[in-house]
Design a protein around this ligand. Structure first.
Ligand SMILES: CC(=O)N[C@@H](CC(=O)O)C(=O)O
Ligand SMILES: [Zn+2]
Length: 315
């Protein structure tokens, strides 16, 4: 990235990948990618090479999140540099392959953009997930998508928390972006969720085409929800949960959770309130995949980010 006259300049985004099946039971992304592998009409844009790709085929085949370990946590420097060996967990070997094909992560050879398609059992609607508040290319893309799909809406989750950030499949790209759409049960395909995801992907590719054609995008603001804290269920000494998400919180993703508001409900009907110091916005509420990660929901706070003007580097 270079900056001149307050405009951030980036190389054309010529190599773009769309990942589906990073989790093998999140059906919309898997079905879309398989559809696009057969017929790529939706995703063809002039001057853009877009590659649809199933990231965890063994998990897809079994319709399970992962086989040995979560692929969307596997792209750590240690894993990516581990000597190749048959004893390595399947997803670690797969991460190394993906890093070779689409990376190497952190280098000039890496793909320009990787979209990673996910579904959640939470009532989050369409959510774009960003990993950096200073990537003005993805901020501009998110702004474009939000405007283009209105009155439909799309939230933006920013995960650059020093401890809670994880090493995603998309992190191999120069500009990583996650797309999380719910609610959709694991292993289930819902047409409305599939369609929302398809529209957002088409819109994102429209943005990339415009950018590559030399369109300059003026400065703008983007409202995001920044990941703050992970909240676990109450558990007994054996690690079993002793309460459920409270009915007043269930399905209330992106709504304010105030100190004193009901948070959990014990099996005998007692309410456990939220006791944080100030109001937060909860999301990933009751995500099925997060029971094993000791996480009932995530708290976020709202923030407005200023995106710089961008355009492509003159060649
Ligand atoms: C439900 C789910 O899989 N969510 C994704 C979120 C992300 O891609 O950052 C994950 O935990 O990897
Ligand atoms: Zn997922």
């Amino acid at each position: 990235m270079t900056s001149r006259c307050g405009v951030c300049c980036f190389n054309e985004a010529r190599r773009v990948a769309i990942f589906g099946g990073t989790h093998g039971n999140e059906m919309s992304g898997i079905m879309l990618v398989n559809m696009w592998l057969k017929n790529g009409e939706d995703i063809q844009r002039s001057g853009v090479m877009t590659k649809p790709f199933i990231t965890n085929p063994r998990a897809v085949e079994k319709c399970t999140r992962y086989v040995d370990t979560d692929l969307n946590r596997a792209f750590t420097p240690e894993n990516l540099s581990a000597p190749c060996a048959d004893e390595l967990p399947y997803e670690v070997r797969r991460a190394q392959e993906i890093n070779k094909m689409f990376g190497p992560k952190g280098t000039a050879d890496a793909y320009d953009v990787i979209f990673d398609l996910h579904n959640t059992t939470s009532n989050m609607g369409s959510t774009l997930i960003l990993e950096s508040s200073t990537d003005h290319f993805t901020l501009q893309m998110v702004h474009y998508i939000k405007k283009a799909i209105a009155p439909a809406s799309c939230s933006v989750l920013l995960n650059e928390h020093p401890l809670l950030k994880y090493s995603t499949s998309r992190s191999v790209a120069k500009h990583p972006i996650g797309l999380e759409v719910g609610p959709q049960p694991q292993g289930v395909l819902r047409s409305n969720i599939f369609e929302s995801m398809r529209v957002i992907m088409k819109t994102a590719l429209d943005f990339i085409e415009l950018f590559n054609n030399g369109v300059e995008f003026p400065p703008c603001n983007v409202d995001v929800f920044r990941v703050q804290e992970r909240m676990d269920y109450p558990r007994d000494t054996n690690g079993n949960i002793t309460a459920m998400v409270h009915p007043d919180l269930q399905d209330c993703d992106w709504e304010p959770l105030n100190p004193g508001d009901p948070m959990f409900q014990t099996f005998d009907g007692r309410t456990i309130p939220y006791e944080g110091p100030n109001p937060v916005y909860a999301t990933f509420i009751n995500e099925a995949a997060y029971y094993e990660k000791q996480q009932a929901f995530v708290t976020t706070r709202r923030e407005t980010l200023a995106a710089h003007a961008i355009r492509k580097i003159d060649q």
